[in-house]
Structure formats: structure tokens, C-alpha cells
Design a protein around this ligand. Structure first.
Ligand code: IPD
Ligand code: CA
Ligand code: CA
Length: 267
């Protein structure tokens, strides 16, 4: 049912890899460190057209065009629309601009507030993570599961340094100081979607961040859930569409994980 979308995402990824060292425009948006390139916009346009070509009755929202709709309208659509696609054309634009690997394309389909299909593609590693609600998650066609790690002390966890708000960055760093000594180590690859995909495939045991947007984790949350993991806000509440903080784990370290963040942030 979604093969054409897989093909489109792989083609878009191939194009990103081909152009990574070329000259493309780079601008800033929400803050001086929040980057958007010509390649983000072109990729979003290409995937949007492919989705519309294959699913003419569906609606598509992309990170780079969401302003046309407006934040409140987007939240309303997420909750009520029967066939709403959400695209992050390059998750990890900063990596892309610096010629680093670890950028991804994230595409998800939501039905009345529920993620029903999600895809994350890492075009450098050629890794395609997919989940369909109720059908499990897969990496390049092979089923994936979260890790079985039960202790924080032996866990490899991850975070992101948000681009937009100073306070969000500080919150992440406060959590980092507390959690790092309790874990095996912490990784920061620069793409929230990739962190989710790595939790889903058992490479990482958890991911947390403040200030992520719905398109960063729209596919990742389903892929983690379908791989057997947990997804919630850092304060333990269910993830809303306008969430302040986000986490996903293998579901086995949650007690220590939640207690640690509660002690840092006073939840
Ligand atoms: C960013 C990446 C990054 C995360 C930021 C996101 P973008 O997305 O996911 O890892 O730390 O919070 O904004 O801007 O590259 O699409
Ligand atoms: Ca993103
Ligand atoms: Ca992006």
C-alpha cells in the first residue's frame, strides 16, 4: 500500500546524498541556529507531490510549509483529520549543512490523532525504518525490537540539543548532567528521528529531548511503539501534539528514567 512512498523517500534520500557537497542556499528561521536549506524545501515539495499523486484525497503538512496552515490549525488537523501526512524533509539539517552523516527523512500518516504509518530513512546508511500500526516495525524489511536492557547503568541513551529555545537547551543540559553518570553513556547524533529509529532497533536504550516538534517524532513514535518500546512525555504523561518534552525508551528502564528526570525538573 505504501511502496510508492518508500520509493519516493529513497529517491529523495539519494538526491540529498548526491547534493550534500554542492552549493545550496542556507537560511535561518526560528533562531540563528535553526537552519533551513534549499534542499529541505525541494525534498519536502518532491515528497508532498508523490504523496498527493498516490493518495489524492489525503492532506500533507510539511515542516517547511506548515506556516501556511498555522500552528493552531495544524494541531486541530492532527487531532481530527482522517488522512494527514506529516513530513520532516531533512531531520538533522545542521548535519546536512556540515556534510555530516546522520540526517534523515521522516514521513508519517495520522488518522484522527493516531499515527498509523511511519517511515524514517537514513540515506547515507541506506537504512529504511518502517512501521504500520498493529503490524510491527522493520529495518530494511527485517523485523526490529527494542533492546532488553533493564538497568540504566548499562544503558546507552541519547538526547538532542534543540535549535530553537535557549530554555529548552538548558533543560536538556540539566538532564544531561544528572543522567550521564547514571548510564553507560549518552549519544547525540543530531536527528530526533534517527534517535527514535535507533531506540526502536535496540541500538540505543532511550532518547529524550525538550522542544522537539511533532514532525521530528511523528514517524519515530510509532516505530518505537511497534518495536515494543514506550513513548511518553518526560513527566510521564501521554505525548500531546504540542508537547514540551519527549522521550522514548525500551520500556524496561522507565522507573529509573522517570524518577531521574522528575528529580531534575521537579515533575
Ligand atoms: C532538529 C533535529 C535535532 C533536534 C532538534 C530538531 P531539524 O530537526 O531533530 O536533532 O535536536 O530539536 O529541531 O531542524 O534538523 O529538522
Ligand atoms: Ca526535525
Ligand atoms: Ca527538518
Amino acid at each position: 500500500m505504501y511502496e510508492k512512498i518508500h520509493e519516493a523517500v529513497i529517491e529523495a534520500g539519494r538526491n540529498l546524498v548526491e547534493k550534500v557537497n554542492s552549493t545550496f542556499t542556507v537560511e535561518t528561521k526560528g533562531s540563528d541556529v535553526d537552519l533551513v536549506t534549499e534542499m529541505d524545501k525541494k525534498t519536502e515539495k518532491f515528497i508532498t507531490e508523490e504523496i498527493k499523486g498516490n493518495f489524492p484525497k489525503h492532506t500533507v503538512i510539511g515542516e517547511e510549509t506548515v506556516e501556511d496552515i498555522g500552528h493552531d490549525k495544524m494541531l486541530e488537523m492532527l487531532a481530527t483529520h482522517p488522512n494527514l501526512w506529516i513530513i520532516d524533509p531533512i531531520d538533522g539539517t545542521t548535519n546536512y549543512v556540515h556534510g555530516l552523516p546522520g540526517y534523515t527523512i521522516s514521513v508519517a500518516l495520522y488518522c484522527k490523532g493516531e499515527a498509523v504509518y511511519g517511515i524514517i530513512y537514513d540515506p547515507v546508511a541506506k537504512e529504511l525504518f518502517i512501521a504500520e500500526r498493529g503490524k510491527g516495525a522493520a529495518l530494511n524489511g527485517k523485523a526490529i525490537r527494542v533492546s532488553e536492557q533493564g538497568s540504566l547503568a548499562e544503558s546507552l541513551v541519547s538526547t538532542g540539543i534543540p535549535a530553537k529555545y535557549e530554555s529548552d537547551r538548558n533543560h536538556v543540559l540539566e538532564g544531561y548532567v544528572k543522567i550521564a553518570p547514571l548510564t553507560r553513556n549518552v549519544r547525540t547524533f543530531g536527528s530526533a528521528a534517527l534517535h527514535c529509529a535507533y531506540v526502536a532497533s535496540g541500538r540505543l536504550d532511550a532518547f529524550w529531548e525538550w522542544g522537539v516538534n511533532i514532525w521530528d517524532i511523528a514517524a519515530g513514535r510509532l516505530i518505537v511503539e511497534e518495536a515494543g518500546g514506550s513513548v511518553y512525555q518526560l513527566d510521564g504523561h501521554e505525548v500531546q501534539f504540542d508537547f514540551p518534552h519527549f522521550t522514548c525508551t525500551n520500556g524496561r528502564i522507565d522507573k529509573e528514567w522517570k524518577e531521574t528526570f522528575a528529580s531534575v525538573h521537579g515533575f
